[in-house]
Design a protein around this ligand. Structure first.
Ligand code: PLP
Length: 421
């Protein structure tokens, strides 16, 4: 199956005439389409909300689009909270799903009246001292063991640092009830990039059963079941997009069977997807600037792992299209690499591609989530611009590229690098 870029060669030529590569390009129409599909898939649940995981794509222009589509935000740091606040998110529109949380971040999240998602039982006293306990709170569950779907291992909760054991959840709810907390949410993130349509329903089942048990045994009022993120996208051309409509319908069935008969039909469902929302709707555009032939064939790009870390970090597959050669025969085999002094700076290894010449525009797919945001500044390489391909076909700069001056900005307390730019 061919994986088609969302931007045509002609359009990309037009864009690169105005903006130098490398840059991340986002597709507004695609982001809105996915947001609407998610809303439709869970429309059966009155309180449903997708809290977009800000870390996946922390750009205010993208967050604004998602806000217009009815999404809230999932934050995990002071910076993310301040970004959310600046965009006008507050109260029930913010999930604060942090871990190893510093005191001042709890204090800030409480000031915004965000829904606090407690990662550990020891955080009860910590939060009580720093910001105070709210009237409603969410608790992060870690069921341990392996998450199996059929015979396939979908996740390894027992090796995950997040969440509380079942016993701790019960103790935490009891303690919090004594301390005056009235309503509880339950949250679990048990897999990452799960392409299987059964992941979310399996997670939902685990949380629904926990909710029922807490309700029956402790009389706890449960207001939210938060399925967190982890829904995958087809990075590989032969993979299919998870069917969010089917996923929603399957969860609805479990919900009606389990929750409604117990009088828990008003529980709001929440999601915190990042990758699924924006991942396919972004790409990294780079120019081939060098061709090297030693023991293997290398194509050197003007982008590097600083712009997209996933291949270097996880050996992740990102599909590559050579713009304008979409239908050409893939009769060359290349390592497509960046310029870091690190031998893992390879966007692709042994990839069959059409012949690439210096100056060709290379599109690296599926960088709309955990792409730009994961970047760093190794080798003093600078982070790229971000551009938005709007629904009307116009292109808008939504973040300028970093400059040398930006890189040195943290030395502004002294004169050594003054004026270097
Ligand atoms: C990272 C994360 C998400 C989003 O994960 P995706 O894989 O992008 O869907 C959601 N919730 C929490 C708590 C996370 O840490």
């Amino acid at each position: 199956m061919q994986k088609k870029p969302f931007v045509s060669h002609e359009k990309l030529k037009e864009i690169t005439a105005r903006y130098p590569t490398p840059f991340h390009l986002y597709d507004e129409a695609g982001i809105r389409r996915t947001a609407r599909e998610v809303s439709a898939a869970f429309a059966w649940n009155r309180g449903f909300k997708e809290y977009f995981a800000v870390k996946a794509c922390p750009n205010p222009f993208i967050l604004k689009i998602l806000q217009q589509e009815g999404c809230g935000v999932d934050c995990a740091s002071m910076t993310e909270l301040k970004l959310a606040e600046a965009l006008g998110f507050s109260g029930d529109q913010i999930m604060f799903s942090s871990n190893e949380t510093p005191a001042e971040e709890y204090e800030y999240a409480r000031k915004l009246d965000a829904i606090i998602n407690l990662d550990d039982i020891t955080h009860i006293n910590f939060l009580a001292e720093h910001g105070g306990l709210p009237e409603r709170i969410c608790l992060r569950y870690n069921p341990g063991g392996e998450l199996l779907i059929g015979s396939a291992i979908m996740g390894q909760p027992d090796a995950s640092k997040f969440g509380m054991t079942k016993q701790q959840i019960f103790s935490a709810v009891k303690a919090l009830m004594r301390l005056g907390v009235k309503r509880f949410g339950l949250h679990a993130l048990l897999a990452s990039n799960a392409a299987d349509n059964n992941y979310y329903p399996a997670n939902a089942m685990i949380l629904f059963e926990l909710a029922l048990e807490l309700h029956r045994k402790l009389g706890a009022e449960i207001f939210m079941v938060n399925l967190s993120g982890g829904v995958g996208i087809p990075y590989q051309p032969e993979q299919a997009m998870p069917d969010i409509g089917k996923i929603g319908a399957s969860i609805q069935e479990t919900f009606s069977d389990l929750m409604s008969p117990e009088g828990l039909g008003d529980i709001a469902l929440a999601t915190e997807m990042g990758r699924f929302m924006t991942g396919p709707h972004g790409c990294l555009v780079a120019t081939a600037i060098h061709k090297k032939h030693i023991y293997k064939e290398y194509i050197g790009l003007d982008a590097c792992a600083v712009n997209l870390m996933r291949p270097a970090m996880y050996n992740a597959y990102h599909h590559i299209t050579v713009s304008g050669k979409e239908d050409a025969l893939c009769d060359h085999v290349y390592d497509v690499v960046g310029s870091l002094c690190e031998n893992n700076d390879k966007f692709a290894v042994d990839r069959a591609l059409p012949e690439i010449n210096d100056g060709d525009l290379v599109i690296i797919h599926d960088t709309g989530a955990h792409g730009y945001s994961m970047g760093y500044n190794y080798n003093g390489k600078l982070k790229s611009a971000e551009l938005l391909l709007k629904e009307d076909g116009e292109v808008q700069l939504i973040r300028r590229a970093e400059t040398v001056k930006d890189y040195f900005a943290t030395f502004d307390f002294c004169d050594i690098l003054k004026g270097v730019e």
